[in-house]
Design a protein. Structure first.
Length: 241
């Protein structure tokens, strides 16, 4: 995140006001006191600077991969009018702009998607969600598709010129999937007990796709250390003995 920069004139006025405040408060009870010298900034140290840079990614995460969904028209750019099952079925025939393999589904799941009309109880396409993830004022379509071994395929579709483009396709054994502002956040279990992976996918206008902008491992909520009670909260209330 880039730091917020304050205009020079505003900074000058703020500094002048702060100086007047410090001068007027000198010697007064409860006046400002120095907290000591601020720690010096430490410049990052580059390790093994003579190593040649990598020329290729170590693995394909599926980031930046897109696909135009054939046979789907988006009337008025409104994805809420689309049938999510029809989108999932048409997506089986989509050609991606590159082949990561992450848009592919197991054969059994493909058969279930094709049979959604005749066997709706076994249809793996979950109820859709809608959110403006690209910031263009129009909602995107977010689909989840159940896969074997409790894995979930998550796909995001963007209306574009009356047609539909898949701008994200990934899968994982998820704990949960969340929409937070313009991010799609996937939580997945870790092999370390008490920890989980959390990946935030965000729209990238240059790539015209959703990218995993934050990928981290964190303590699970139930294993996070509870904050210590403050003296006010731990003290007995008035009249309590």
């Amino acid at each position: 995140m880039r730091p917020h920069r304050v205009p020079a004139a505003t900074r000058t006025a703020a500094f002048a006001l702060a100086a007047l405040t410090l001068l007027s408060g000198c010697g007064a009870a409860g006046g400002l006191k120095s907290a000591g010298d601020a720690p010096s900034a430490v410049e990052p140290k580059s390790l093994w600077p003579d190593l040649p840079p990598a020329s290729a990614a170590p693995y394909d995460y599926g980031e930046g991969e897109t696909a135009r969904i054939p046979g789907i028209r988006v009337t008025g750019g409104d994805v809420r009018r689309l049938d999510p099952v029809a989108v999932a079925q048409a997506g089986l025939k989509a050609k991606t702009d590159r082949d990561s393999g992450l848009d592919e589904l197991p054969d059994g799941t493909v058969r279930q998607i094709k049979a959604c009309r005749t066997a709706p109880d076994d249809c793996p396409v979950l109820a859709p969600y809608y959110r403006d993830l690209t910031g263009d004022g129009r909602d995107e379509l977010v689909l989840g598709i159940r896969m074997p071994d409790r894995q979930l395929a998550v796909r995001v579709y963007m209306p574009e010129g009356g047609r539909l483009t898949r701008i994200m396709s990934t899968y994982d054994a998820v704990i949960s999937v969340e929409l937070a502002d313009r991010d799609l956040i996937m939580r997945a279990p870790s092999v370390i007990p008490g920890y989980e992976y959390r990946t935030a996918w965000s729209w990238d206008d240059r790539q015209r796709a959703m990218l995993p902008t934050r990928d981290e491992i964190l303590r699970t909520p139930e294993h996070r250390k509870a904050p210590k009670p403050t003296p006010e909260s731990s003290a007995p209330s008035a009249g309590t003995r």
